[in-house]
Design a binder for this molecule. Sequence first.
Ligand code: NAD
Length: 251
Amino acid sequence: MVEPLRIGVVGPYGRMGAALCELAENATDLRLVARIVEPGQGGGVLLADLKGLEFEVLVDFSHREAVAGHAAFVARHRIAWVLGTTGLTADDEAAVAQAARATAVFQASNFSIGVALLTDLAARAARVLGEDADVEIVEVHHSKKRDAPSGTALTLARAVAEARGQDLDAVRRDGRSGLPGERPRGEIGIHAVRLADIVGEHEVMFAWPSERICLKHDARDRKVFAHGGLRAARWLVGKAPGRYGMAQLLA
Ligand code: NAD
């Protein structure tokens, strides 16, 4: 019999962490061996108290403040790392890149398969339409979300910019107010809406004279992301050090 994959979950009492723990506990091919909590929080273990032998993969949807410490831990112990936390700074991203030299790291701003497909479709539309089409991205999330715009909105914007040969930072506009003036050709607008308990909606709109295409994805349950996170965990263990994402998982 194949031994179940031993996993550790960060933030077991967070929205995503709770969904991950519930699915992992009910999966016969996984064994949830560590619920990793913050200092001062009960009901689990501190990463600092672990020896690195307990589990093969760390599934981490927590907070950006924890990223650098988790990166050092997985690199030191050569543990695979599934990272779903968003809102990372450039320093956090550098720590992730550093960890990926020592171990396999799977990072995605959105673990839903539908969103991976949406990203693909948006890039294709952007390639065909070029800068003749105005593009606006609208994301809607629950009122407790801390970062904005969502990591997924940025991934979508980046996919559109790359497909049109643009540098996203040079063409993005986050919201509008006051007197922003006429919309420049090639601009990519990004808008964040916060509403009650919405799990996550992303819409990419392409418009040019007299025509409009709207590509929209709606995630109704955060289990979508937890399923994707655990699928990534199963896929990642045993892979060579490096960075992996949804494109490789779905290839
Ligand atoms: P949440 O606030 O409900 O939970 C966050 C959890 O992280 C809590 O359990 C908290 O105790 C823990 N935490 C915070 N700081 C910590 C630290 N320093 N060390 C250890 N644990 C710490 O948030 P959530 O809605 O579960 O989202 C968590 C993260 O996952 C966010 O960054 C969110 O944007 C991201 N997210 C990503 C995806 C995706 O598909 N990539 C999907 C949903 C959410």
